[in-house]
Design a binder for this molecule. Structure first.
Ligand code: GLN
Length: 499
């Protein structure tokens, strides 16, 4: 029973709960059992809220029994990235500095999930404050890739992606500032979507870089991601950057799944040299499939993309150095060195930050502080903002030639734990293909397109669309997913791996 229930998609689970074929409590228990059985090895979760999950599931069952109309994801379990606040539940952002902090409020995303009857199982592991591509920068130890426990699950949202790939939850929430939903999806064989900037509220999402951060869905199928995006998206007066435009019909688009006559642009600068052979091979095959489905393939050039990574690593640290200034031992989390001598408040703040932040976080705070300092601001931060504008113009020109753009999501498959930990630049390069979308605020999806022949590990394909045209991602993604399923028995995980 457990293995059957954990293998269902979110859409299937919701319909079985709605029809009364299974209860939400049974579904929650099956996933809690699965977590109990495998998470010691995967370490996707930092906190499991058994009681809260069972209470939420029971409320769904009671609502059904009372004849109430259930929402489309009622009774479906979900794993929440630990950067999102949930009232009364520990929220660490993968950092020691927030150890013990229990937020007094729900993020808007959390509140919308609860209102939709989604059953939140717990909080997932992540690189500290969402900085990293491997989840190895978590202060609580790394998450392991369910495909090979010696390999990274991607980052920063490796916990959310691994939870979905290990069938500990059919759905998860991630956040994507430079690729942290899409790259983990690519290396774990799951689906991950970064919606249009501002489409999902950032209220209660602990900020890394406010102009780039965006929460979005993680799942095993495109339709499940669409269902989740439609629950969490929409205007929120609590977030001043939240868009007021109507939410595109992403569920309808996923069900349409028709690319006939659509123009799909391959971005010349995102591919080729530096991309693993098996990644390129699976990408090229997917292009052929899309062409076979009636799409018109064009090549587009985005000449400023080679500068995106450099611009990102000035803009992100600048915003992060400002956003993380609030973790000072006064308001949240730990306080260090108060009783040692007769320290000034500045000394206590310094000791707390030195003890509470990891190396990567300190590196970025220092980079950002430097880039923003008087005398360097124009040369670094100002220059990076100009590059950002050029990248936005590249996208505008590309979307004049194509309805959507595609590329590999990440240059390689999952690498070994420890392999890039001491080489920040090698780590940063994992996001070369995902960062441009964040700089421009446009939506992007990663979906699995098979296994690389040389190592048998999942490969992701990225789809990008103009701002507010998130529905195009789902249309193309679902069409490709269906075609892959027919061609060679889908790369998407259909059965829980034995771990
Ligand atoms: N890996 C990127 C970084 O380290 C992306 C992070 C993210 O999207 N949160 O900044």
């Amino acid at each position: 029973m457990t293995s059957e229930l954990i293998s269902l998609t979110a859409a299937e689970t919701a319909s079985k709960v709605a029809s009364g074929e299974v209860s939400a409590v049974e579904v929650a228990n099956a996933h809690l059992d699965r977590i109990g059985a495998v998470d010691e090895r995967v370490h996707a979760f930092l906190y499991v809220d058994r009681e809260g999950a069972l209470a939420a599931a029971d409320a769904v069952d009671k609502a059904r029994a009372a004849g109430e109309q259930l929402s489309p994801l009622a009774g479906v379990p979900l794993a929440l990235k630990d950067v999102m606040t949930q009232k009364g539940i520990p929220t660490t952002c993968g950092s020691k500095i927030l150890e013990g902090w229990r937020p007094p409020y729900d993020a808007t995303v959390t509140a919308r999930l609860k209102a939709a009857g989604v059953v939140i199982l717990g909080k997932t592991n992540m690189d500290e404050f969402a900085m990293g591509s491997s989840t190895e920068h978590s202060a609580y130890g790394p998450t392991h890739n369910p495909w090979d426990l010696d390999r990274i699950p991607g980052g920063s949202g490796g916990g959310s992606a691994a939870a979905v790939a290990a069938f500990e939850a059919p759905l998860a929430i991630g956040t994507d500032t430079g690729g942290s939903i899409r790259q983990p999806a690519a290396v774990t064989g799951t689906v991950g979507v970064k919606p249009t900037y501002g489409a999902v509220s950032r209220y209660g999402l602990v900020a890394l870089a406010s102009s780039l951060d965006q929460a979005g869905p993680c799942s095993r199928t495109v339709l499940d991601a669409a269902l989740l995006q439609s629950v969490i998206a929409g205007h929120d007066p609590m977030d001043s950057t939240s868009v007021t435009d109507p939410v595109p019909d992403v569920v309808g688009a996923a069900l349409r799944a028709d690319v006939k006559g659509l123009k799909i642009g391959i971005v010349r600068e995102l591919g080729g040299e530096g991309y693993q052979a098996g990644v390129r091979q699976r990408f090229d095959e997917a292009v052929t499939i899309l062409e076979g489905l009636g799409a018109e393939i064009v090549e587009v050039s985005c000449p400023h993309f080679p500068y995106a990574l450099a611009a990102y690593y000035l803009i992100l640290p600048s915003e992060c150095s400002s956003n993380l200034a609030k973790f000072d031992g006064v308001r949240f989390g730990i306080r260090v060195g108060e009783g040692d001598g007769d320290p000034s408040i500045e000394q206590v703040m310094g000791r707390t930050r030195a003890a509470g932040f990891g190396d990567e976080t300190i590196r970025r705070i220092m980079l950002g502080t430097y880039a923003l300092s008087a005398g360097y601001y124009d040369a670094y931060y100002g220059q990076a903002q100009k590059v950002r504008t050029l990248i936005q113009r590249d996208f505008a020109a590309a979307f004049a030639q194509a309805d959507v753009l595609i590329s590999p999501t990440a240059p390689t498959t999952a690498f070994k734990l420890g392999e890039k930990l001491d080489d920040p630049l090698a780590m940063y390069l994992n996001d070369v293909a995902t960062i441009p979308a964040n700089l421009a605020g446009i939506p992007g999806m990663s979906l699995p397109v098979g296994l690389a022949p040389e190592d048998g590990l999942p490969v992701g394909l990225q789809i990008m669309a103009p701002a507010l045209a998130d529905d195009r991602l789902y249309n193309v993604g679902a069409a490709l997913e269906a075609a892959l399923l027919q061609t060679w028995g889908h790369p998407i995980l259909q059965e829980a791996p034995s771990l």
